[in-house]
Design a protein around this ligand. Structure first.
Ligand code: FAD
Ligand code: MLT
Ligand code: ZN
Length: 471
């Protein structure tokens, strides 16, 4: 079947406007948020419902054409965009935006894959519940994308990653069948937990079309502080103090280096340094709950931290406007680093005890490889997750591009030697599939290939992503 014939059949099945082939219409779907990945697509298909997704998958399977599922296209590892062959079809879930039900008894919300994360948070709030997943991209990223990447973000410390928040899934399989696992059950021990296979599979095993998600008690009282710290060691030593005083309500503990704050102050209009003088490190802390004691808990933790010389300075948000300004200093880093120019993303986890060692050992190694390289270090320190993103030496993007492979290898070797992971929350996508072959064990890579072979024997689901190439 030619691509033209496939387009005709897709249009006949899904409707004229559901299939985009005009290059101007297709273009937004073929480049990623970072600008590092640009491909071309045979077409973009935008089904309105699960049956439409299944029909599109069946037609692509008959034509032997690869399918790239796409949600909000905010992914950071090139997983949601097609390769350069022009042979692949992008299947966008962007039209599947229905919130199907909010169930106050089961304490769940059932939504279609294309619903933006923020819309789910808002629907939960409107029902006096909380959907706790929270990411800088929440206005654009979709539930399907957050499930496919097992997204993390700034509340993992308390609520876990997306994997921990999903109770049921509906998935279109690579052969076009629909698996209806859309159940709100808290307990289901009937063999393999199939939904967990699809969560974090980055579109390589099937297309998530809907999900049942857990809701949580709302946390209307929030105590938020921005702290100045001397070292990463101080940041890690502070974690048990926060945890102890937080009493299970410690929700956010984020770290940022001076370089990260500087980029925000440079590029984000209206941002302001909360302190009178620069510090080496900063942390954003939030304790949240439903009672008034959250502030007292935060103050008690900070009192102990100051006494133990762990905190140099602190600002506690006096109200919603100040809280939001402090949050922006953390959440705007990705955007600010993008405005600064070319960078390389390293989303790594380490045992929390080794974060300081990692940062100390990396700096001179990288400086030796590329004098002037600027590590922009920040992340979810409570989870041991650093975004160790390298910006180019000032005015020399070409030098960063030339040294990128060596720099990344140095980072990943150190992470691996310390028992960490080369992807904490963004996934492997196209960016890290080769690295996965190097840094995961042979047994792990074999198991992944066996799962892929079993579910997608013809290899048409998101080809070229996640799985290392054979050999
Ligand atoms: P896309 O980018 O469209 O796709 C991502 C992957 O999922 C691709 O492999 C795609 O093929 C697959 N996919 C998408 N939808 C489906 C589906 N319905 N079925 C099957 N596969 C599908 N991530 C974090 O984890 N934590 C953060 O703190 C965080 N912060 C971010 C901040 C910014 C400013 C930005 C731009 C990104 C951030 N991200 C973060 C990354 C990104 O937002 C997440 O990975 C998010 O989950 C992607 O959702 P999406 O809908 O945009 O997916
Ligand atoms: C974040 O936590 O802000 C993102 O996951 C990091 C990034 O953009 O690299
Ligand atoms: Zn992150």
């Amino acid at each position: 079947m030619t691509h033209d014939q496939l387009h005709q059949r897709l249009r006949a099945a899904l409707g004229e406007t559901a299939v985009l082939t005009d290059p101007d219409d297709v273009a937004p779907y073929t480049s990623d948020w970072t600008g590092a990945f640009t491909g071309t697509a045979s077409a973009v298909v935008r089904p309105a419902d699960t049956e439409g997704v299944a029909a599109a998958v069946r037609l692509c399977a008959e034509a032997g054409v690869g399918i790239v599922p796409q949600g909000g296209n905010t992914g950071l590892v090139g997983g949601g965009v097609p390769d350069g062959s022009g042979e692949q079809v992008v299947l966008s879930l962007g039209r599947m935006r229905r919130i199907r039900t909010v169930d106050p008894i089961a304490d769940t919300i059932t939504v279609e894959a294309g619903v933006p994360l923020q819309a789910v948070q808002e629907a939960a709030t409107a029902s006096d519940r909380l959907f706790p997943l929270s990411l800088g991209s929440e206005g654009s990223c979709t539930i399907g994308g957050t499930i496919a990447t097992n997204a993390g973000g700034t509340a993992v410390l308390r609520y876990g990653m997306m994997r921990d928040l999903v109770l049921g899934l509906e998935v279109v399989l690579p052969d076009g069948r629909v698996w209806d696992g859309l159940r709100p059950l808290r307990k289901d021990n009937t063999g393999y937990d199939l939904k967990q296979l699809f969560i974090g599979s980055e579109g390589t095993l099937g297309i998530v079309t809907a999900a049942v998600l857990r809701l949580m008690p709302p946390t209307p009282r929030r105590a938020t502080a921005f702290l100045a710290l001397d070292s990463v060691d101080a940041a890690t030593a502070l974690l048990p103090v926060l945890r102890q005083h937080g009493g299970g309500q410690l929700t956010t503990y984020e770290l940022l280096g001076r370089q990260a704050l500087d980029l925000v102050l440079t590029h984000q209009p209206g941002s302001r340094d909360p302190f009178g003088e620069p510090h080496a490190w900063y942390a954003l802390v939030e304790i949240a709950g439903s009672t008034d004691d959250v502030e007292a808990r935060l103050e008690a933790a900070l009192g102990e931290a100051v006494e133990a010389d762990l905190v140099g300075d602190a600002v506690i948000a006096g109200g919603p406007a100040q809280r939001s300004a402090l949050w922006r200093l953390r959440e705007d880093i990705s955007e600010a680093q993008k405005s600064e120019g070319v960078s390389i993303k390293h989303d790594v986890t380490l045992p929390i005890d080794d974060l300081a060692r990692f940062v100390t050992e990396m700096r001179p190694r990288l400086e030796e490889l590329l004098p002037g390289v600027r590590p922009v270090t920040y992340g979810h320190v409570g989870d041991g997750n650093l975004h160790y993103n390298l910006s180019a030496p000032v005015g020399d993007d070409a030098a960063l591009r030339a040294a990128a492979a060596d720099l990344t290898r140095a980072v990943y070797e150190t992470v691996t030697a310390l028992g960490g992971s080369i992807s904490a929350e963004h996934g492997l996508g196209a960016l890290k599939r080769a690295a996965a072959a190097r840094y995961k064990s042979d047994v792990e890579v074999d198991l992944m290939r066996m799962v892929k072979q079993a579910l997608d024997p013809t290899g048409l689901m998101n080809p070229g992503k996640v799985l290392p190439t054979a050999g």
